[in-house]
Design a protein around this ligand. Structure first.
Ligand code: PGA
Length: 251
């Protein structure tokens, strides 16, 4: 049975003390009986290590927002998979639309990052999604299929145990505009079908596919209720314990 996941992407928010305070608030409130649901938070890289310590022994996993494709070397300002692993970070978000749009990360570069993460035994939440322009041209299925094909279809069947996909329509991120539950379901079903076609139904059935883009306490339940939506990648609403907990409880 595939895992349900609710992950908070804090982006470039929260100082050291704010990060620890939020983790403490969450850990006091999250029941240990989350059965099949994983809760994750992604602080900024400088706050990863203390956050890992703060979450130690709880059901919260601390994950990274990005990593470099090389393991070490002359890459000023960058962080590698082996460094993440060495501080107890076992999952990384790759391909977020902000990394693609602001930092020019291409599908080809992301394929290298995927390989680097897997080589370091790091699980990946791989983000895909179309812009509003692409959706208006009715090209969104082609766009998402291409993103998956170019960055993930070189993987072996076994590699897919460490892949989670997050469908995040760019037009819904931080805009307050959410994809309707039906739009999310339609794309998630499409993603599962192309992976089934390329690999096996066992792989596609076991793949967790998260929805991201303006998930809030008041819309999470409806979105999570859809058959192929296995949880969410939450930005803005993960910054406040009350909102994030409400979203976790909607699953
Ligand atoms: P949002 O961000 O929930 O603030 O729209 C989601 C994301 O970027 O992962």
């Amino acid at each position: 049975m595939r895992k349900k996941i609710v992950a908070g992407n804090w982006k470039m928010n929260k100082t050291h003390s704010e990060s620890i305070a939020l983790i403490n608030e969450l850990k006091d409130a999250i029941s240990s009986d989350l059965s099949n649901t994983e809760v994750m938070v992604a602080p900024t890289s400088v706050n990863l290590f203390p956050s890992v310590s703060a979450a130690d022994g709880t059901s919260i996993e601390v994950i990274a927002q990005n990593m470099h494709e090389a393991d070490n070397g002359a890459f000023t300002g960058e962080i590698s998979g082996s460094m993440l692993k060495s501080i107890g970070v076992n999952t990384v978000i790759l391909g977020h639309s902000e990394r693609r749009a602001i930092y020019g990360e291409t599908d080809e570069l992301l394929a290298q990052k995927v390989d680097a993460a897997l080589n370091n035994h790091i699980r990946i939440i791989f983000c895909v999604g179309e812009t509003l322009e692409v959706r208006k041209q009715d090209q969104h299925f082609i766009e998402v299929a291409n993103q998956i094909r170019k960055s993930l279809f070189h993987l072996s069947a076994a590699d897919w145990e460490n892949i989670v996909i997050a469908y995040e329509p760019v037009w819904a991120i931080g805009t307050g505009e959410t994809a309707s539950p039906d739009q999310a379901q339609e794309m998630h079903d499409f993603i599962r079908k192309i992976i089934n076609k390329k690999y096996t139904s066992e792989i596609s059935d076991n793949l967790s596919i998260l929805y991201g883009g303006s998930v809030k306490p008041n819309n999470a339940k409806e979105i999570f209720a859809k058959e192929d939506v296995d949880g969410g990648l939450i930005g803005g609403a993960s910054l406040k314990a009350e909102d994030f907990l409400a979203i976790i409880n909607s699953i």
